[in-house]
Design a protein around this ligand. Structure first.
Ligand SMILES: NC(=O)c1ccc[n+]([C@@H]2O[C@H](COP(=O)([O-])OP(=O)(O)OC[C@H]3O[C@@H](n4cnc5c(N)ncnc54)[C@H](OP(=O)(O)O)[C@@H]3O)[C@@H](O)[C@H]2O)c1
Length: 286
């Protein structure tokens, strides 16, 4: 049976044999307001996760930053024992303090403890893909990448991704270990990474844009609204379909706390553009 998320097509992470639908789900929005504390509606959060899987989502992005710990606990409660095809991708390199501030930490002990925390909360023996979250262009990615590589060799991590990185950091990271994905801020109106996406596509590495719908600042674009109205679709659906059309190595992980939005987002996997619509969307760069 073909499930709706499969309409986005499939992607194999390089050198892994791990195949996922290009339409995935980002769990960050399941935590409470400002991604801090418990969900507004716990039953709905659990239902979103279950419905995502039932609609064919087999790639869920998460982190212990979210809550903290909230999304991993919800994923475990809703989905364990996990379907064999489900790929849970987590990220490490940061934490939240009591006030909800987002803080970065990259020392070896911290990274190792973070992997262990994810394994414990998700009840896994190994996490297939772990992203190392960086913060700024001046962060030295080499030392934490060497720790990631060591944890991979020890079998705690299956494969490595990196997040919030510059082209220079990407190059340094690729010289230390094979990467399977990069997660950076990118969407229809925020396209700083165009060249990086093409470089990664040539290498078969996934590019997983965060804030595909604008994140905390919903995307505003008259041109997007115009195309959406013509297609009888929502602007969010068109923004996701544009990402899927942009490059075959883009995997989308829109975040939502509601089943109604989840269904709409997954329906975007089946949308196609006329050449004119595609050209107008391509020219919207903000
Ligand atoms: N690597 C990193 O540093 C990093 C940073 C940020 C995010 N991420 C990951 O990327 C994922 C995606 O980013 P995101 O969740 O921050 O932002 P996003 O997907 O761009 O947008 C989420 C927002 O859009 C709303 N929304 C979702 N579907 C909608 C629809 N069909 N119609 C109208 N509104 C809709 C959500 O509200 P409702 O809940 O009301 O639907 C939420 O406010 C996250 O979940 C997380 O897993 C990673």
């Amino acid at each position: 049976m073909t499930l709706p998320a499969a309409a986005a097509g499939r992607f194999t992470f390089p050198g892994t044999g791990i195949r996922v639908n290009r339409m995935g789900y980002g769990a960050m929005q399941l935590a409470g307001p400002h991604v801090f504390g418990p969900p507004k509606d716990r039953d709905e959060a659990l239902a979103v996760l279950k419905e995502a899987v039932s609609l064919g989502i087999d790639h869920i992005d998460t982190s212990d930053f979210y809550g903290p710990y909230v999304t991993n606990e919800l994923i475990h409660e809703a989905l364990a024992p996990y379907p064999g095809n489900l790929v849970l991708v987590t990220k490490i390199g940061g934490y939240r303090n009591d006030r909800g501030d987002w803080l970065l930490a990259h020392d070896e002990n911290f990274l190792r403890r973070s992997v262990q925390d994810n394994l414990d909360r998700l009840t896994l023996e190994r996490i297939e893909i772990v992203n190392l979250r960086m913060e700024g262009p001046d962060d030295d990615i080499a030392p934490p990448m060497r720790v990631m590589r060591a944890m991979q060799e020890e079998g705690l991590i299956g494969h490595i991704g990196i997040s919030t990185i510059t082209p220079q950091q990407l190059q340094i990271a690729r010289d230390i270990a094979p990467l399977v994905c990069v997660q950076n801020h990118y969407n229809l109106v925020h396209r700083q990474d165009d060249a990086m996406i093409d470089e990664l596509a040539d290498a078969g590495i996934a590019y997983v844009p965060y804030f595909p719908l604008g994140g905390f600042s919903p995307m505003q674009s008259a041109g997007l609204n115009e195309v959406a109205a013509e297609m009888n679709a929502s602007p969010q659906q068109v923004a996701l379909a544009w990402l899927l059309a942009r490059s075959p190595n883009i995997l989308v992980i829109p975040g939502t706390s509601r089943r109604s939005h989840l269904r709409q987002n997954i329906e975007a996997a089946a949308l196609g553009f006329t050449p004119d619509q595609r050209r107008r969307l391509d020219s919207l760069s903000g």
